[in-house]
Design a protein around this ligand. Structure first.
Ligand code: PMP
Length: 435
């Protein structure tokens, strides 16, 4: 704490200036969950680095928790966004970039019909509504310890008796979550079938691997079973690739040949500006469209005034065609492999009871010996104090890890030297704790 404080007087001053009008000195409360006495205020960023208000260079392995997986200020996206900004940014009318962006997404994720939003949260919300609309059912099913944005229905976990309850920390739930949501453990096919067989479920909303409670990978055959059960019970299968886009240019859907009815992406696809998108199969999209009257299309609960704005679409088109390209993913995944090897080496050297799991360009360690098979196992390994220590240790060495996790993400701009900086610092931290 003393090292942090001594190095960051300018951030301390900005914190003092912010406090009268920003609770905890931050514009969005999550940013308060920092490990030092005040947040690190950012001055500028480029590629895989940012410089803070005190002039300290950081390797950024958080990358805006995936919002900047494309790297900070990627030149091709900045050029396209800046050009569009000079021509106007929002019209309630399409530009040529809209169809181009939708085509790029269709090619990557294999579903043809796309709509745009400002966030992945809102994309998920829209698809849940559409699924209810076409199935006439009310409930959705999610995985225990999932995260899909600030979607009311997804704030549900299982208690020790297997009942659906509010997730710890839920703020102001509108109704008890058991009214809207069924919850199943990740990788549990039998539990999923029991829930779907009730006939109450409109949609299954899932990440193809959990990435928000550590990384939990699907067991062999899990995705095939999920697809089969959703088809059997007429449930719309929504795969949320917001984070798992790290697995490759078409996420885990393209990498592993998954077959959803609908897809959600967001965060980094706009090159750093707000953008979300949701894709549908032709049959699902046709059912949705046939159920809507033009006269009422603006009051149905799906949309948003700035959704699909020209700026977001320019950003998506440039980011997908020039930044997050297939060849960029090769380097990103190589960097994540190097990072994983570095973390594993320290775990082995000091015989630490931790494990590390890689998913494409993302990797994460957790405080248990074996990879978790479901969200509850992953959650049980949480240790907030230890996590804060490791984050602060890293920050004091100019490294930012994703807050709320022990996760690292690689951008096209991340170098082997950036990874090496973490490897050395991580070994030092582990040695301090275990040697
Ligand atoms: N889906 C997943 C899988 C996510 O991880 C997140 C954010 N962490 C979201 C949706 C929501 O993204 P946003 O907060 O940008 O709406």
């Amino acid at each position: 704490m003393q090292t942090f404080a001594a190095a960051r007087p300018r951030s301390e001053a900005l914190f003092a200036e912010a406090l009268p009008h920003l609770p905890d000195g931050v514009p969005m409360l999550w940013m308060a969950k920092w490990p030092g006495p005040w947040p690190v205020y950012v001055e500028s960023a480029s590629g895989a680095h940012f410089v803070d208000a005190d002039g300290i260079d950081h390797v950024d392995l958080c990358l805006g928790d995936t919002g900047a997986m494309c790297g900070h200020a990627p030149p091709a996206a900045v050029a396209a966004i800046t050009a569009q900004l000079g021509r106007g940014s929002t019209f309630m009318l399409p530009t040529a970039d809209a169809a181009a962006a939708a085509t790029l997404l269709a090619e990557r994720f294999g579903v043809p019909s796309w709509q745009f939003s400002l966030s992945a949260t809102d994309a998920n919300r829209s698809l849940i509504r559409y699924a209810r609309q076409v199935t006439g059912r009310r409930k959705i099913v999610v995985h225990d310890y999932c995260y899909h944005g600030t979607v009311d229905e997804a704030y549900a976990t299982l208690d020790h008796r297997g009942a659906v309850v509010e997730r710890r920390g839920t703020i102001g739930a509108p109704v008890p979550p058991s009214l809207t949501t069924a919850v199943v453990p990740f990788n549990d096919v039998a539990a999923l079938e029991r829930v779907l067989a009730t006939g109450e479920i409109a949609a299954m909303l899932m990440e193809p691997a959990l990435t928000n409670i550590g990384i939990v990978l699907p067991a062999p055959g899990y995705h095939a079973a999920v697809r089969e059960l959703c088809t059997k019970y007429g449930v719309i299968l929504i795969i949320d690739e917001t984070h798992t886009l790290c697995a490759g240019p078409g996420g885990m859907i393209a990498r592993d040949g998954l077959d959803p009815d609908a897809v959600v992406v967001g965060k980094s696809i706009g090159g750093g500006i707000p953008a979300g998108a949701y894709g549908m199969t032709a049959s699902f999209a046709a059912l949705v469209r046939a159920s809507l009257d033009l006269e009422d299309i603006d009051v149905g609960g799906v949309g948003g005034t700035l959704a699909g704005n020209a700026l977001s679409l320019a950003g998506i088109r440039a980011t997908l065609s020039e930044v997050l390209t297939a060849s960029a993913f090769v380097g990103m995944i190589d960097r994540a492999t190097e990072w994983t090897v570095g973390v594993q080496a320290a775990i082995d050297e000091f015989d630490v009871p931790w494990q590390v799991t890689q998913l494409g360009a993302r990797s994460e360690y957790s405080f248990r010996r074996t990879p978790p098979v479901d969200g509850a196992e992953a959650a049980a390994a949480d240790d907030f104090e230890l996590q804060q220590y490791l984050h602060l240790h890293a920050l004091n060495r100019g490294i930012l890890i994703t807050p709320f996790h022990n996760m690292a993400l690689m951008s096209p701009a991340t170098t082997a030297a950036d990874v090496e900086r973490h490897t050395a610092a991580f070994r030092e931290a582990v040695a301090a704790l275990f040697a």
